[in-house]
Design a protein around this ligand. Structure first.
Ligand SMILES: [Zn+2]
Length: 274
């Protein structure tokens, strides 16, 4: 009996195949893959797979993929299709909801919010121990809350989303727009270029607004900051701690803890808990 866990992020697809006490790990670029083909290849190669857990950077509801910004999906009703054809159990949820499951197990907090900034910007909220899902599992799409007008469009079709200013994919769009080379956050922060200064200012303000909006709307005990960009730039947590007061309702800040995610890959760990 083998288990296959997959984390499909904005940039990479990572998988862990647990087979007879051994773990086979793989990392490939998400946009080079078709999800159906990937799954079917593995299922044919390892016919003793009984369980597949997937953390998916995109919208998912009851095993159906509603939007797939980073990977080709031929059969949106992925759970039903794979389970019926191969007789396995397939569980899939949004990557932030998966990360929330891992953080929940780690902290044992009942009221918690996550803000992850990596390729995209995402959030998830735990209320009284339950993941807040909404009608179609689309609650807390913080990255698509309006912020400022940009001269290009977001993957969702709008041109004013927070994600356009405060995410890895958003920053890349700004660098291309101003003809700047790709920069790390540290390089952006220290750059003397006037466009780079503006990009950095908006990037920071977007993170503050996103953090404050989540805290004001969901009233968590802990706000956990994670995702590739935050983990590699922990000073961003200090910025949030210092400046969130300017943007959030002050009563919601009382007793609030702001913490950095302790996971290397919380979404993958959460896929194992689905
Ligand atoms: Zn958007």
């Amino acid at each position: 009996m083998s288990k296959l866990y997959i984390d499909i992020g904005g940039t990479y697809l990572r998988s862990e195949l647990l087979e007879k006490g051994k773990v086979h790990k793989e990392k490939i670029l998400s946009h080079r893959v078709s999800l159906n083909e990937y799954l079917e290849k593995r299922l044919k190669r390892y016919p003793d797979i009984t369980l597949i857990g997937i953390s998916f950077a995109g919208q998912v509801d009851h095993g159906k993929i509603l939007s797939a910004p980073n990977i080709t999906v031929e059969k949106a009703d992925i759970k039903r299709y794979i389970e019926k054809k191969y007789g396995v159990v397939l569980k899939i949820d949004n990557d932030l909801n998966c990360a929330l499951l891992a953080e929940k197990q780690h902290t044992e907090e009942k009221n918690m919010a996550l803000l992850y900034i990596g390729t995209g910007m995402g959030s998830a909220v735990l209320e009284q121990g339950n993941v807040v899902r909404g009608e179609r599992n689309l609650a807390y799409e913080i990255g698509h809350v309006p912020f400022k007008k940009a001269p290009f469009k977001c993957g969702c079709g709008k041109d004013n989303c927070l994600e356009l200013f405060s995410s890895g994919s958003g920053l890349e769009k700004w660098y291309a727009y101003y003809g700047l080379p790709p920069m790390t956050i540290e390089e952006l922060k220290c750059s003397g270029d006037k466009h780079a200064k503006k990009i950095y200012k908006n990037f920071l303000e977007g993170i503050l607004r996103a953090s404050a909006t989540i805290v004001t709307l969901s009233n968590p005990k802990v706000l956990i900051l994670g995702g590739g960009i935050i983990i590699s730039n922990p000073f961003l947590k200090e910025k949030v701690e210092k400046k969130i007061r300017k943007y959030a309702l002050s009563s919601n800040l009382e007793g609030l803890d702001i913490a950095l995610s302790q996971f290397k890959n919380a979404s993958m760990e959460g896929a194992k808990l689905l």
